[in-house]
Design a protein around this ligand. Structure first.
Ligand code: UDP
Length: 311
């Protein structure tokens, strides 16, 4: 396949580019490098299968030649980033999605949307199943991301229904692994960096809120299976192994043999209290489930953080 991949220099996007080129697909990676990093894809630069374009999807895309699939992974994705770049986040999910849908329509290509568990907001149904409509504050600080993803899903389904476009929607839950930016504010890079530097790990709230973390290569496998499937309805992708944030802090301390103390700060507004994917649909439709346990995945991720910190 010849694949257009927006957000191709980001965390998940760059791992996906690795996987796709390893499977002999041609990848045109598009990224404005707002939160993506060229370093994530520098090892692909010499490959014949790979091309990078430093470009913003907010502007209409002109792509020559045939295209088989358009994968939309471009957006600031950590709460810290999307609060810092609220308009860019809304634009990536709205105008950016529209431009990529138009490209897919023009090329008669499959369109794949990287959506998010954030469409469920602070969920009142647990674990989250695809049929749940969510609980989102439409004007809260997280709304720039949540509503952009919800709009992107609505627009994707509209193109599917109105034009018969062949579409996929992945609802991606918390994902971790090498290439997360150390300062991106998400819990794993923050805890890992603090623990390795011997600085305090800052838990927001009392740490009783939960998340369920999926190793990035499991996620990429799920994404690829969904791409190859015929499934037009949203599919949750994530690891259902749920942990409280306070226990997660203790796990990272133990993994890094750190003597850092754990300190507490106020919980940010609208921070979801629980999150765990129901992956029944992914199991049934894609034959997919995560294979890497949190212990293993954190072990694979630790050397990356050590190297970045020069340890
Ligand atoms: N969190 C924390 N300390 C940090 C960063 C995050 O306690 O330094 C908490 C945050 O309040 C949330 C959870 O960890 O409850 C996951 O946050 P993250 O920003 O990684 O992603 P989210 O799942 O909220 O999008």
């Amino acid at each position: 396949m010849r694949i257009i991949l927006s957000g191709g220099a980001g965390f998940i996007g760059s791992h996906l580019a690795d996987f796709l080129t390893q499977h002999q697909h041609q990848v045109v990676s598009i990224d404005n490098l707002l939160t993506g990093e060229e370093e994530n894809i520098s090892h692909l630069a010499s490959l014949e299968e790979f091309e990078f374009r430093h470009q913003d999807i907010i502007c209409p895309l002109e792509i020559e030649g045939p295209v088989d699939a358009v994968l939309h992974f471009a957006s600031p994705a950590s709460p810290k980033d999307y609060v810092k770049f609220p308009i860019e986040t809304l634009s990536a999910g709205s105008v950016g999605t529209r431009n990529l849908l138009e490209l897919a329509k023009e090329k008669k290509a499959v369109f794949f949307l990287a959506s998010s568990s954030e469409v469920y907001g602070d969920p009142q149904v647990h674990p989250q199943i695809e049929s749940y409509w969510g609980n989102v504050n439409p004007i809260g600080v997280r709304s720039v991301y949540d509503e952009a993803k919800r709009f992107a899903e609505a627009l994707t389904m509209a193109y599917h229904r109105r034009f018969g476009l062949d579409t996929r929607i992945a609802r991606i839950f918390n994902t971790y692994g090498p290439r997360m930016r150390l300062e991106d504010g998400r819990v794993l890079p923050s805890f890992m960096t603090a623990a390795l530097k011997g600085e305090p790990l800052t838990v927001f709230g009392d740490g009783s809120q939960t998340r369920s973390f999926c190793y990035v290569l499991d996620m990429v496998d799920g994404i690829y299976r969904l791409l190859l499937s015929q499934e037009n309805e949203p599919v949750n992708l994530g690891n259902p192994d749920e942990v409280s944030i306070i226990d997660f802090a203790k796990e990272i301390k133990a993994l890094t043999n750190s003597k850092s103390e754990i300190v507490f700060e106020e919980l940010p507004a609208d921070d979801p209290k629980t999150r765990r994917p129901d992956i029944t649909r992914a199991k049934e439709v894609l034959g997919w489930k995560p294979e890497v346990s949190r212990g293993e995945g954190l072990g694979f991720t630790l050397p990356y953080f050590k190297e970045k910190l020069g340890l």
